[in-house]
Write a new protein. Structure first.
Length: 256
């Protein structure tokens, strides 16, 4: 259990909807909070020991800022909220010598296309996928994929920009919508492409269900077809997850 002097650095994008939940959890644990956002707080001058402004697009610069801060107020752990802050959280933890995943692993885990390539190269079953650049002609790209398919921006979390397309017309519309999302001021660093991953189980997608759940279902079926040594579906999925983590260099759950 944390001690009364434990201090947690919480990286909070201004547009996150998770702030209250994290603060409530820290309060229950008796942890002292230092909150960092990418925009200055009006209260920062009054609370310099608990409010910090960081440039989440500059992980190494943010790490140096917190290293200076920690000289007088040591940090015991760093938690990034939403995918916008994962690289910065890893860089800060590394700079302070705290437990964290390596930056290359976090970078790969945050990029959907890089992650799929990494898993495929390791022999982990993944849905069929391809990369479409935002500068490409969406109408032409729409003729090169099978349907139904799911388009996803390379980054972003909470299913933002994850759109199913049943035909070329819907593909072009989804492509345009994702491009608009990625140009929003607070979308984070711009992606250079869209991951058009055709899901083998997509015909059973329930409208509104998350793409992650559908992928796991496809994953379990594919593992079953491959004749894996494990016999229980959940065990097969767990084995695959362990292999995926190892291949990508992830040693600690990125969501905790």
């Amino acid at each position: 259990m944390p001690t009364p002097v434990s201090r947690l650095l919480l990286l909070l994008p201004t547009r996150t909807y998770r702030t209250e939940a994290f603060i409530d959890a820290a309060t229950r644990l008796g942890v002292e909070l230092v909150c960092a956002s990418e925009r200055p707080s009006t209260l920062e001058e009054l609370c310099p020991n608990s409010l910090v402004t960081l440039d989440f697009a500059d992980p190494y610069g943010s790490a140096e800022t917190i290293a200076r801060f920690a000289r007088s107020r040591p940090i015991d752990a760093v938690v990034g909220v939403d995918d916008l802050t994962t690289l910065t959280a890893a860089a800060i933890s590394q700079r302070l010598g705290l437990k964290a995943n390596p930056l290359p692993a976090v970078t790969t885990a945050r990029d959907k296309h890089a992650m799929r390539r990494c898993l495929a190269e390791a022999g982990v079953p993944v849905p069929r996928f391809q990369l479409v650049e935002l500068s490409d002609d969406p109408a032409r790209a729409a003729q090169k994929v099978g349907y139904p398919c799911v388009l996803k921006p390379l980054m972003l979390s909470a299913s933002r920009g994850v759109i199913r397309a049943n035909d070329p017309r819907e593909f072009v519309a989804a492509f345009g919508r994702i491009g608009a999302i990625l140009t929003e001021p607070d979308a984070g660093p711009p992606d250079t492409g869209v991951d058009a991953g055709q899901d083998a189980g997509s015909t059973s997608i329930v409208p509104g269900s998350s793409a992650e759940i559908t992928t796991v279902g496809w994953w379990a079926r594919c593992l079953s077809w491959s004749g894996a040594v494990c016999t229980q579906p959940q065990v097969r999925v767990d084995c695959a997850v362990c292999s995926a983590y190892t291949m990508c260099g992830v040693w600690h759950d990125l969501t905790t």
